[in-house]
Structures are given as structure tokens and as C-alpha cells.
Unconditional design. Structure first.
Length: 394
């Protein structure tokens, strides 16, 4: 019985698995059981910042696992505290809470906002159209995408999803009753769509006027992917709460809520908790990731390689004006919006040994490891041009 047959008979059918059986990974590459090599340009959906099987991460995991794997949050643990210190230093925030995932980080962030607002008469929380914050009820309550919400309601009260980048809609919806506004500065699942400077200016003006919190979802954009530690830095936005996940565990399950001084004292003992959040092995891996990013200058590298990727993709887009609509992104978080479905192009790239993925139906998403080099970017775009030249045959 094949691996895929076994999978189909064992799991809820929630995933559309790729027709590849991965045997191992090394750096920028994945290898299947039959020995085929694939250049990985989406890094486990923006998770593997240092690529696959990075020696520093592997060593950190093994060293910590040999000491202890789990003792619970009844104990102060050096890997947790060291990683928290690194996150606070890079983000300029005041407090950390570790979770198992990004969606749990968002759930906790919404709880902090509601708790903060409870004594102030503020219960309303607003998100934005086309956003993705996870699959728990809190996250779904501030999203509007039918594919994630249909059939799962009713959702939390006093939550809205407003039109993204629409300042007038934002002005009309928020007020003294608003506890928080939840924002991705660059929408990931939504098609690599950046917030506009004008919209951020309106948000900051309204926050000053009405006194609500800003929650920045940096789960996909954070930890150096855009060339800065947080994407919100590009927009001079200082969030009250930040959610992180994806790369901070080095591929192990780990998320984090970062809180500014404005919310530093909201949570008191017993008000929130987790059994596995801040697992010491995951935190040890996260320390290795952050130290490697800093020591190797990978945020600056992400800027340089991102500029190359954007330039090459814009040239490619110009060569195929009937197929390519827009190139957008920051650093190594880049999208190419097509006029056709993305999936056949993704499949064509895979057939030629390069892994990318599609999002928002028509957008090719490029979120490679931060270690990607110019040759790998050039190979990717050259191959994309080859695929697009035959797109009419799909």
C-alpha cells in the first residue's frame, strides 16, 4: 500500500498533499525517496528561515533534548528566557508569552485585548478583508474569507472584518468602543498585499483619538523575512501586541505573543496558560535561528535578495503582460499575481524541480529560506519564464 493510500485512509481529508514523498532536506533543497532534488522556494510556508537541516539548529535541538524535553511551565527554563530576551531586544517590546502555534498566539492576543478593554468599556475588535490569522474561533471571527468560515459559525460577538486599505471604512467602524484592530502589514495568504502608508497613517490617527490597541500579525512577515525584524517597522507602526510563529521555532511548533508596555500587566497568574507553549527544545532551536540571522546579517541579505527577486519577476511580468498582473512584496516575501489560476504554474515549476506555492487562487508566493542566493533566484525566475511561455497549453 502506497504512502498516499495510507494517508487517505488515516487522516481527515483537510490537506491537498503534493505528489512527492520527501526523504530528507539539506539547505535550500528537498530530496524525495527516489532521489529527485527540488529547490525549495517556499520554505515550509515561510518557516524554514535557515533552510533544511541547518547544523546549528540540529545541534541546538539535540543538545537540549539530551538535557530535558519537557518539564511544564511550572519551571523557569533557560531556553525560554534566552529566547524571550532575544525577541524583546529585536522587537522593542516588554513582555513575551510562548504558544504552540501562530493561531494560538492570535487567540491569546485577542484575549489580552478583550481583558484590557473589559475595564474600559471596549469590546469591539476589527480585522480586515482577505486576511488570514489562523483557524480558531477568535481568528475566524476577525476574518471574512468564506473558505475558512463557512459552516463554522456563529463566531464571537463584537468582531468585524473591514475592507483592507479603506481609510473611510476604518473611520466609520472604530470608535470609543473599540478594543483592538488586527492587521497584517503584508497579507500572506491574502496574496502578498501590503498595507498602504495612507492607511497606516489613518490607523495611527484613530488609535490616538480613540485609544484602542493595535495587534500586528507578524506570523508570516516577522523574524527578518522582509529585511527587518518586523514588517511593521517598514510602516513606522508601533503595535501594542505582536504575534509571531513560523520561523521562530526552527521548524518545531512555537509561537509567541509580544506585548508593549501598554499591555505588560494585563495578564496575571492563572488568567492564561499552556502546557506545551515554550517547549524548551523548540526554544533552543529558536535561539539558534535568531542568533544565526543576526550573526550572518541575513536580514540585510533578505533585502538584497528580495530586491533581485522583485526585479527579475518584474522583468518576467513585462515579458508576459497577458498572464502577469502585478508583482509586489518586501524583502523575501514576494507575490506575482497572474491573470490565470496559479496552480498549473506551480505544477509546471514542480515538474522542473522548483517548489513554490500559490495563494489567493491567482498569486504565486515566493517565501524562500533567508539563505537563498542569487543563482537560485535566477534559476527560479528563468524556469518561471519557461513555464509561462507554455501556459496556454494548461
Amino acid at each position: 500500500m502506497s504512502l498516499f493510500t495510507r494517508e487517505a485512509s488515516s487522516f481527515f481529508h483537510t490537506y491537498k498533499r503534493l505528489p512527492l514523498q520527501i526523504a530528507r532536506g539539506e539547505g535550500m533543497y528537498l530530496f524525495t525517496a527516489d532521489g529527485t532534488q527540488y529547490l525549495d522556494m517556499f520554505a515550509g510556508i515561510a518557516v524554514n528561515a535557515l533552510g533544511h537541516a541547518h547544523p546549528r539548529v540540529v545541534r541546538a535541538i539535540a543538545d537540549q533534548a539530551s538535557r530535558y524535553i519537557h518539564v511544564s511551565n511550572y519551571f523557569a527554563q533557560e531556553p525560554q528566557i534566552r529566547l524571550a530576551e532575544l525577541l524583546l531586544r529585536h522587537s522593542g517590546t516588554a513582555r513575551v508569552f510562548f504558544t504552540n502555534s501562530g493561531t494560538e498566539a492570535m487567540e491569546g492576543a485577542l484575549k489580552i485585548a478583550r481583558q484590557w478593554g473589559s475595564g474600559r468599556g471596549k469590546t469591539h475588535i476589527a480585522g480586515f478583508s482577505n486576511a488570514f490569522h489562523g483557524r480558531t474561533y477568535g481568528a475566524l471571527s476577525v476574518m471574512d474569507r468564506p473558505a475558512y468560515r463557512d459552516g463554522f459559525g456563529p463566531f464571537l460577538d463584537n468582531c468585524d472584518s473591514l475592507p483592507f486599505n479603506d481609510s473611510d471604512a476604518l473611520r466609520s467602524a472604530v470608535g470609543p468602543q473599540t478594543a483592538a484592530v488586527v492587521l497584517e502589514c503584508i497579507q500572506g495568504e491574502g496574496g502578498i498585499r501590503p498595507v498602504t502608508a495612507a492607511f497606516v497613517d489613518t490607523l495611527k490617527e484613530l488609535r490616538k483619538q480613540h485609544g484602542f490597541l493595535v495587534i500586528a500579525d507578524e506570523i508570516q512577515t516577522g523574524t527578518g523575512r522582509t529585511g527587518r525584524f518586523l514588517a511593521s517597522e517598514h510602516f513606522a507602526l508601533s503595535p501594542d501586541i505582536i504575534t509571531l510563529a513560523k520561523p521562530i521555532g526552527g521548524g518545531l511548533p512555537l509561537g509567541a505573543i509580544l506585548g508593549a508596555p501598554s499591555v505588560a500587566d494585563v495578564l496575571q497568574p492563572g488568567m492564561h496558560g499552556t502546557t506545551f507553549g515554550g517547549n524548551p527544545v523548540a526554544c533552543a532551536a529558536g535561539i539558534a535561528v535568531l542568533e544565526e540571522i543576526e550573526e550572518r546579517g541575513l536580514m540585510q541579505h533578505a533585502t538584497e535578495m528580495g530586491n533581485l527577486l522583485l526585479s527579475r519577476l518584474r522583468d518576467c511580468s513585462s515579458a508576459f503582460p497577458k498572464l502577469c498582473k502585478e508583482v509586489r512584496g518586501v524583502g523575501l516575501m514576494v507575490g506575482l499575481e497572474l491573470t490565470v489560476e496559479a496552480e498549473p504554474v506551480v505544477a509546471g515549476m514542480r515538474e522542473r524541480g522548483i517548489l513554490i506555492n500559490g495563494t489567493d487562487k491567482t498569486v504565486l508566493r515566493f517565501v524562500p529560506p533567508l539563505i537563498v542566493n542569487a543563482a537560485e533566484i535566477n534559476r527560479t525566475v528563468d524556469t518561471l519564464r519557461e513555464v509561462l511561455s507554455g501556459v496556454s497549453s494548461f
